[in-house]
Write a protein that binds this ligand. Structure first.
Ligand SMILES: Nc1ncnc2c1ncn2[C@@H]1O[C@H](COP(=O)(O)OP(=O)(O)OP(=O)(O)O)[C@@H](O)[C@H]1O
Ligand SMILES: [Mg+2]
Length: 306
């Protein structure tokens, strides 16, 4: 495999892998009533200096080595952990793609981050930057082997259907959910394409394009719709929204151009590369937008050799 191809595949896999596949789930936590003198033991046991503070399975704060040193330096008597914990640290959610975890960790300069279920705030894991690449590479190895097996016995659903024409249509509504919970539709599209026996390279391209478009719907348009049509010739994805529209599409397509507001940038987005990534993944990419009416993207990924 050529160097460029390997880099492409690693990038694609970062979109595909979910945080839950690389997070650690086996660790000790502390209760809000626990005292600071307990922290060191938990850090030692966990071999990790992030200590989640948990009440009824829910994350209510985190303690790091910095908080612990602060307490030691203060020479105060023992105090409850709640006095020293952080309550507004960045968290990840288990279904989030690893690429977004990397962006958030780098933006917030966090080394260790807790993973919580989006709505319940239930703690389900932790991620540590120091082991991240080892954990990701292990997952790559598993995914790669799985793919080879799948490739070997790939069942092409279309070949089993006798008809003059076959077309499978999928419709997804993207609700106006917070951006940190995005990525669900892209993940469902990937799973559907996998189940249809579509070639894994095409699935990755469709996955990346869908993820970027889904994030734009959440960042700028307050949700929208995905219409996915799969037939033996191609995958066609039409994404439409009734958002504010894009005043100058040519400018929006320029690499690095972004109007992302601060709240979007704080989540690690806003590099102005989403539409370009979609274009790179598509054989045909069209974008039409009208201010005050909405935006429509058409993405076609060929399945047949030309
Ligand atoms: N669905 C949309 N509705 C309205 N404006 C949009 C929409 N999608 C993109 N835009 C506009 O186009 C710009 C470029 O989008 P693009 O996805 O390329 O970059 P970004 O979202 O700013 O950053 P990145 O995707 O790299 O995190 C956005 O900043 C925004 O102004
Ligand atoms: Mg974008």
């Amino acid at each position: 495999m050529g160097k460029i191809k390997i880099v492409d595949r690693i990038q694609e896999m970062l979109y595909e892998l979910e945080v839950r596949s690389i997070m650690w789930t086996d660790f000790y936590t502390l209760h809000p009533h626990d005292m600071m003198s307990k922290v060191r033991k938990v850090m030692q046991r966990n071999r990790n200096t992030l200590v989640p503070i948990v009440l009824d399975k829910k994350l209510i704060g985190t303690l790091t080595i910095d908080n612990y040193i602060k307490w030691l330096n203060s020479k105060e008597k023992d105090k409850p952990v709640t006095r020293y914990m952080n309550v507004d640290s960045v968290t990840l959610h288990p279904q989030e793609p690893v690429i977004s975890a990397l962006r958030k960790m780098s933006d917030s300069k966090s080394i260790r981050v807790a993973v919580v279920e989006p709505e319940s705030n239930e703690l389900v894991g932790v991620i540590c930057r120091c082991n991240l690449f080892e954990d990701i590479l292990t997952q790559f190895d598993i995914v790669y082997k799985d793919e080879q097996v799948r490739h070997y016995r790939a069942s092409h659903i279309f070949e089993d259907v006798q008809a003059d024409a076959v077309n499978i249509s999928l419709l997804f509504h993207v609700a106006d959910t917070p951006m940190e919970f995005g990525g669900e539709i892209a993940s469902s599209i990937r799973t559907a394409l996998q189940n249809l026996g579509v070639n894994s390279d095409m699935i990755r391209r469709a996955g990346i394009a869908s993820y970027e478009a889904e994030m734009n719907l959440l960042a700028y348009a307050g949700g929208g719709e995905f219409q996915v049509d799969v037939n033996p010739k191609h995958i066609k994805i039409v994404i439409s929204d009734r958002g504010p529209g894009i005043p100058d599409v040519k400018q929006a397509m320029e690499p690095g151009y972004s109007t992302a507001p601060d709240w979007v940038r704080e989540l690690g987005f806003g590099a102005g590369m989403g539409l370009n990534n979609i274009d790179d993944c598509s054989d045909i990419f069209k974008i039409r937008s009208e201010v005050g009416v909405g935006t429509k993207l058409v993405i076609v990924i060929d399945l047949e050799e030309p």
